[in-house]
Design a protein around this ligand. Structure first.
Ligand SMILES: C[S@@+](CC[C@H](N)C(=O)[O-])C[C@H]1O[C@@H](n2cnc3c(N)ncnc32)[C@H](O)[C@@H]1O
Length: 403
């Protein structure tokens, strides 16, 4: 029996994640087994059986192919030693490791797009990918943790027209650290546990040109208020919370990130706490708000100067609910920014068109002066490289106000 073959380096073997819809089950399994052979030298199946690390719901995993047969001639022994050493070098290669980690992170977040793979196999592959990801952060002896999601770091450069009162510079780094909730979450209504591409694009646009979004005008108001609808992990609100002090907006400006899902809200609260550690009154607050039955209880009792929402239209009724909800919350001179993904195939095909239909409908609510919430401008944006799910073909930015 010859020595086991050396696994392939991740950079040279992992299929690009540009088109997950073309992935096959065999291809995905081979890729994951290769990574497992490099980064999980102790078969996960054995590790999970150890009484010390017993898990409530251990994920099913395939055993790692043995690196050494244990029954070899002297030459084979030497070969096996060489393979072991090369494997160790591959495992310690920071570049390969970083590449593998990024690939796996994308893989788990885009699993739903792998439409050629049956759902059960996709779930198993996601579980396996998640196990490998865990092995990057935990030493073999550490206690096993429940599936706790993935920490994602986002960095933006805020370019303001006036120097920041905090740093004195017109260019300031804005960073947000988020916990994208457990990917194995079985509750499919908790989509807000993941950050969608639109929530990355909107702060990017705001940072590039805060004046265009009316953010610098907020500095002229005494007590401006901002409300985010369907906040999910809270990336937009958190990024704005970091931006506003640099724009001279009075602090603390109430920035209320809302959602209707209890699990999503819990994750959102954890993200707020971890972005403003030790801050007694963080600039971002989380609050329950259901678009279909919006509450006006505090902190939502006062009109909002700005409403923001990203990727919030994925059912036919959403646009109408959001229109009516925004009509109740938005101040007479307020602005509502909505950025949504345009989906031209799959089950959400054409849903983005419902925004224009909802705001153009005759039954649109009116304010005391007979004005309706109207779309003032629509900008179409291309899909940036490496961002967004497979069914997203681009984005639409709606500027909405009273007219
Ligand atoms: C696709 S996620 C987008 C989350 C986040 N804005 C982003 O872009 O990453 C849609 C969000 O809207 C929330 N949502 C769905 N229906 C809602 C409703 N009726 N009222 C309030 N929030 C709702 C979901 O819980 C989820 O967090």
């Amino acid at each position: 029996m010859g020595a086991a073959a050396l696994p392939l380096p991740p950079t040279g073997s992992l299929p690009p994640l540009r088109r997950p819809d073309t992935f096959t089950e065999d291809q995905v399994l081979a890729s994951l087994q290769n990574l497992e052979a490099i980064y999980c030298p102790i078969p996960l199946s054995l590790a999970l059986q150890s009484p010390k690390k017993e898990k409530k719901n251990p994920r099913p995993v395939a055993p790692t192919p043995p690196v050494d047969s244990g029954y070899v001639s002297e030459t084979e022994n030497e070969d096996a030693e060489n393979v072991k050493q090369a494997l160790e070098e591959l495992r310690c290669d920071a570049f390969e490791r970083d590449f593998a980690m990024r690939w796996l992170t994308s893989f788990v977040s885009r699993a739903e797009e792998m439409i050629r793979i049956p759902e059960e196999a996709r779930q198993l592959a996601t579980d396996k990918a998640y196990c490998i990801l865990e092995s990057f952060t935990s030493a073999p002896d550490e206690e096993e943790h429940e599936d706790e999601g993935i920490v994602r770091d986002f960095a933006f450069t805020l370019r303001s027209s006036a120097p920041s009162p905090v740093t004195g510079s017109c260019e300031n780094g804005i960073s947000v650290r988020l916990l994208d909730g457990p990917l194995a979450n079985t509750d499919h209504t908790a989509v807000g546990l993941q950050s969608f591409a639109a929530s990355i694009i909107l702060p990017e646009l705001m940072c590039a040109s805060p004046a265009r979004f009316g953010l610098e005008d907020l500095a002229k108001k005494d007590a401006p208020r901002i409300v985010e609808l369907g906040a999910g992990t809270g990336l937009v609100g958190l990024a704005m919370g970091h931006m506003l002090p640099h724009l001279g907006v009075p602090q603390p400006t109430p920035l209320i990130a809302t959602d209707f899902h209890p699990v999503v809200l819990e994750n959102l609260r954890a993200n707020i706490a971890s972005n403003f550690p030790g801050v007694e009154n963080p600039p971002v607050d989380a609050c329950h708000l259901d678009w279909s039955a919006p509450s006006r209880a505090p902190p939502l009792d006062l009109p909002a100067d700005m409403l923001v929402a990203t990727d919030v239209i994925y059912a036919p009724e959403h646009a109408v609910w959001l229109r009516d909800c925004a009509s109740q919350l938005l101040a007479p001179d307020g602005i509502f920014w909505v950025l949504i993904a345009v989906r031209t195939n799959g089950k959400f095909e054409g849903i983005s068109d419902t925004v224009e239909a909802a705001f153009g409908a005759p039954e649109c609510p009116k304010d005391a002066e007979g004005r309706k919430l109207s779309i003032l401008n629509i900008e179409t944006l291309p899909k940036p490289d490496g961002l967004g799910r497979g069914d997203e073909s681009g984005y639409k930015l709606f500027h909405i106000g009273w007219k």
